[in-house]
Design a protein around this ligand. Sequence first.
Ligand code: HPA
Ligand code: ZN
Length: 342
Amino acid sequence: MADDLETFIKALPKAELHVHLEGCLTPQLAETLAKRNGMPLPDSVKKASTAEGFAFHDLTSFLAVYYPAMEVLQTAEDFADLAMDYLTKAHEQNVRYVELFFDPQAHTSRGVPFPTVVNGYRNGLLQAQRELGISAGLIMCFLRDMSVEFAMATLMDALPYKDVIIGVGLDSDERGNPPRKFAKVFGRARQEGFLLTMHCDIDQQDSVKHIRQAVHDIGVDRIDHGTNIVEDAELVELVRQKAIGLTCCPVSNSVVTSDFKGKEILQLLRQGVRVTLNSDDPAYFRGYVNENIFKVAWETDVTRKELVQFQRNAFAVSWLSSWRRDRYLEELDVYAKEKGAC
Ligand code: HPA
Ligand code: ZN
């Protein structure tokens, strides 16, 4: 029985909407890039191959490992290889479409030019589309623990790249960095035609307050994580009515908090909120999208029909054009019908 469900999940056509490109940097790829660039492997990566493994237990300690590892990313080819590495794995898991976060400020702040980053990622996306048939777009995240001025300058850098950057997001350390801090930047991004999302991480000091700000003050199209919304019934109803997607990441939750929040994610799904299942930083949390779905499948009473609904939500709240979205939804419906899961 368990094997049947595993097969069902593996073959399910999927969309992934919450995955950080820099979070796809495996220790193996980091080693290859370090060698190619003639530089030592960063200490935080060296630790990954020891018995101790990566050392983090919450968002702050994770970020302290995550940013130093990125130093191995130097050339456009490095960024292209990183994108291709992840998209190859996603393709193997029957992911059809991905919206990928990237953190340009983590690179420009150490001297890598903005065009090197975006042209590199774009090349990786084009190669994956050509060779594997998997489609993807980029979401540029501002680092919320950096200044508003730096975020605005980064937005200006992005304007010539609207062909591949489809939206903007907000990530990094949430403590003391509320959505409202970036209202002006997100307002300008909206004017420029970018779609809007932002992280409201799990169990933060002001999680619900931040979700409220994201919805009311920023007018986001989606929220990344956002699971703490279950604490406020009115806000849940508003998000449901507005059809705002929540991109949840069970395996990531289980690493940076004491719980994977499966119960809350399923509760939201059953209340009609457009929740989706995603991997966040798969190279660090050791779970791509299938492993995230397995976790929910093994550890909750989710049904097959609901597993299909998570994917229906993902395509529905994706930023695809309506005709492309409908094509993927049709494929999903055919699969669900064939497996008696609708
Ligand atoms: N939260 C905030 N910042 C991040 C994350 C996350 O889950 N992953 C990578 N940067
Ligand atoms: Zn994230």
